[in-house]
Design a protein around this ligand. Sequence first.
Ligand code: FE
Length: 148
Amino acid sequence: MFRTRGSKTEKTERETPREVELSEDEWRERLSPERYRVLRHAGTEPAFSGEYVNCHLDGTYACAACGAELFSSDAKFDSGSGWPSFTEPAVANAVELHSDKSFGMVRTEVLCRACGSHLGHVFDDGPRPTGQRYCINSLSLTIDEAQS
Ligand code: FE
């Protein structure tokens, strides 16, 4: 189900609170200014600027805000978009999707379910089998490298 971000009813619509709930000040303390802007204020890093765009390491990408596991490197592909791209989340309910009508576009925003932080957007022009392209900011992620 889709919910519009920022609607006055959003908080009361949630059946359960976020696993991680911090105040604005606490988020600001915890995160670098760049990560704070993207994660907590739905910012977008410039294309091709992020550290994971061309990353081919094996591992799991976790939320840079709360550490929740979000995407596996197995689902990462080179989209040419300039942002890390994945065909699916590591666990379906690790993310939450919201309709985003900002900037005169209708897009689907991807949030971390555990903490509500902004990750990026998902588009339906991805490769098979899912056909999905999760277009995620590097600044929203940290990789936990697989031990070999
Ligand atoms: Fe999170």
